[in-house]
Design a protein. Structure first.
Length: 128
């Protein structure tokens, strides 16, 4: 999924590519976030949704970072699309930019577990 470069004026960084099934999902904005939070810093209004749906809670972890914490592990291999409603944050944002969409994929577990792709390791030997 291509994200329009026009969002760079509003979005500094976001979760994308392959992520762990235990990852939290982050969106960092270019400005402070003027949203109401509960005592635990969770947002009072849900402005971040996912397809397929992920149950969890969105927190304001600092003045410009939203962090979604899933209740359960993400499904291995699943491609998720996040949608962030920017209208409550940027009241004067153009209509074509009011929803920021981004994608990421939960990693599939490998047969041999985790390893670094560029570690110089070229193979494994042994019996299964």
């Amino acid at each position: 999924m291509e994200v329009s470069p026009e969002f760079a004026a509003y979005i500094s960084a976001y979760t994308s590519g392959l992520v762990s099934t235990e990852s939290n999902i982050k969106v960092i904005l270019q400005t402070e976030i003027p949203l109401e939070t509960n005592e635990d810093k969770s947002l009072k209004n849900n402005i971040l949704t996912f397809s397929p749906s992920i149950k969890g809670t969105t927190y304001l972890t600092d003045n410009s970072t939203l962090e979604f914490r899933p209740d359960e592990k993400l499904k291995q291999g699943e491609i998720y699309t996040g949608k962030l409603d920017l209208k409550p944050i940027y009241t004067k944002i153009p209509d074509k930019l009011k929803t920021f969409e981004f994608q990421f994929q939960a990693k599939k577990a490998g047969l041999f577990g985790k390893y670094k792709r560029n570690s110089g390791y070229t193979g494994r030997t042994g019996k299964l």
